[in-house]
Design a protein around this ligand. Structure first.
Ligand code: GAR
Length: 207
């Protein structure tokens, strides 16, 4: 059983999907903590409702990123965390922190990486005019959305799509692949080796 911390900054619909998966009997992770960098994030309510401890750290209370990330590290150790899921966590983590947690931090991004990394991925896809997009789960490295890909799901982009309709379609897929990927990593089905995701046993495919 892996002790999981879920990091959020906003709505937390991915957190909710992870909580829903956690409540199933066959889950290989235990959500020990929700970590948040905003005190008004809706996801905090979701965590509280599920009875999960929440830790909020505002960057304005720290002198710099290193001090902030050192505090996160202390919190992770105090809660005996094994695995971290970034579920819409919109703050960059320092290389210092990311390297300590190599192969143990998973992120979800709303595009088919390596296309459209960074902010506003859905808008980038619409503006580029691609006919398909989707979402990717990957092991976090010190680049922006450059880590080894664990799983992806594809959605079509329709000619009349708005940012809202496309984001919703992608989010539905996020809710499927992210909890599954976390569980696969917790089970040791997938791990990071030489900057690549290595699949020991066939990982669960959800798309
Ligand atoms: C999700 O679409 C997630 O992929 C995205 O933020 C949203 C969070 O939604 N993350 C990123 O763009 C990270 N680069 P949620 O708070 O409802 O889970």
């Amino acid at each position: 059983m892996s002790n999981l911390a879920v990091f959020i900054s906003g709505n937390g619909s991915n957190l909710q999907a992870i909580i829903n998966r956690w409540k199933k009997e066959d889950t290989a992770f235990d959500i020990k903590l929700v970590f948040c960098n905003k005190d008004d994030a809706y996801g905090i309510r979701r965590a509280t409702k599920a009875g999960i401890p929440v830790k909020i750290l505002l960057h304005s209370d720290f002198v710099d990123r290193q001090a902030y990330d050192q505090k996160i590290q202390e919190i992770m150790l105090a809660h005996q965390i094994d695995l971290i899921a970034l579920a819409g966590f919109m703050r960059l983590l320092s290389s210092w922190f990311v390297e300590k947690w190599a192969g143990k931090i998973l992120n979800i991004h709303p595009s088919l990486l390596p296309a459209f990394p960074g902010l506003n991925a859905q808008k980038q896809a619409l503006e580029h005019g691609v006919r398909f997009s989707g979402c990717s789960v990957f092991f976090v490295d010190s680049g922006v959305d450059t880590g080894a890909i664990i799983s992806q799901a594809v959605v079509p982009i329709f000619l009349n799509d708005s940012l809202e309709t496309l984001s919703k379609r992608i989010l539905k897929k996020e809710h499927l692949i992210f909890p599954t990927a976390i569980n696969d990593v917790a089970l040791g089905k997938v791990s990071l080796c030489n900057s690549k995701a290595v699949f020991k046993i066939k990982a669960t495919q959800t798309n």
